[in-house]
Design a protein around this ligand. Sequence first.
Ligand SMILES: Cc1cc2nc3c(=O)[nH]c(=O)nc-3n(C[C@H](O)[C@H](O)[C@H](O)COP(=O)(O)OP(=O)(O)OC[C@H]3O[C@@H](n4cnc5c(N)ncnc54)[C@H](O)[C@@H]3O)c2cc1C
Length: 398
Amino acid sequence: MDIKVFKDKCTGCKLCQKVCFYDAVDIKDKMAYINENCILCGACIEVCKFDAIEIKEQAPDMDFTDHRGIMVYLETHDGRVLDSGFELLSEANKLKKDLDTPLYALVVGNICQDEAKKAFRYGADWVYAAMHAVFENHFDDIYSKVLVKTIKKVKPDIFLGAATPFGRTLIPKVAAILKTGLTADCTGLAIDSQSKLLKQTRPTFGGNVLATIVCKKTRPQMATVRPHVMEKIEIDAPKQGQFKEIKIQPGHYGTQYKMTGTDKKQEESINLSDYEVIVAGGRGLGEGKNFSMLKELSEVLGAGLGASRAAVDSGWISYPHQVGQTGKTVNPKIYIACGISGAIQHLAGMQTSDIIVAINKDAAAPIFKVANYGIVGDVFEVVPKLIERIKSGKPLIE
Ligand SMILES: Cc1cc2nc3c(=O)[nH]c(=O)nc-3n(C[C@H](O)[C@H](O)[C@H](O)COP(=O)(O)OP(=O)(O)OC[C@H]3O[C@@H](n4cnc5c(N)ncnc54)[C@H](O)[C@@H]3O)c2cc1C
């Protein structure tokens, strides 16, 4: 596609400049000029009263030979690259061997060069770094501009990002701007030996089926991967690759958002593996405030507080409490699961506990298959009685 402004029709009225989300219109001498930020979204055409702008559609190009390499987006917070990015880079380092292709890291944030260069330790051949204060507030529209620009310039065949809360906002936006496909929340990535396409595997239908998805008709092939699913592998003797700083002109990185204030949550540091007893809550608790009941039980038992991913994803309790495949693996002496169904991914993190106690109102819940002691009942009746009994000092079973 190509965009054109007709000199004889344009009046330089600035309407197109006002609607452009990407700062892609410059007005000079009463005439609009489209700059390299343009992503051909067409917003300027819709608003133009003089039919002065046109996009010429070209037949879709199915020749992707100019796309090469795997690019991994590394998210940063408070001046540091998140581990989720290094995990993905480590996985991409394995994939690149099947493609014989370069591995690019794209680091964006208000960070320093040394931090960005850590990507070399996880296999990056090239590090592209956009380091500037404009990225401080994590406005996804600012980030999408630099991601889209770099992808268009470098033309990677594959683009990967972590499915963090920010990644889940940003990466679909980038895929939509580039008009390519995206497989979100993958748990497995591989290269098809014949077609050399990226096989993107993710659970579907509530986790009962694993679907493998390929992207044949557009580039890059894009996927996000949940943090902690892949292993972070630091290379013993990393080679020094190429470092490219992406120059940022703040004027080209405007935002539609307005910062009204920040409320920084203190990240809890809890090491569940330190506890001999763990009391864990799941979706059966109904809402976040009901965790106070489990907190009381954990306090009377001197236990750690765990949770299922459903409870963490609902925002009822923070991620360090999550037990399971994508959370912590624990093996305490006693694990008390309250309102947790016992999905395979949860069991993966706790089934080696010495004694498992399950409280669930559904007698057919899978958690009872691994439980040594099962209480079929409502957590809101059973847990307060347990607390009362423990506080009374009487034995639990007479
Ligand atoms: C790749 C991947 C990784 C995952 N990783 C993890 C992980 O690390 N950890 C994890 O936990 N999950 C993980 N999951 C999610 C997992 O598949 C389940 O969705 C999740 O464990 C369900 O949490 P839950 O048991 O709290 O909720 P649900 O499955 O909804 O179960 C709630 C249970 O509460 C019971 N209940 C409801 N009300 C009451 C009541 N009043 N009293 C008593 N019982 C009640 C219900 O009978 C039900 O059994 C992962 C999934 C995927 C796809």
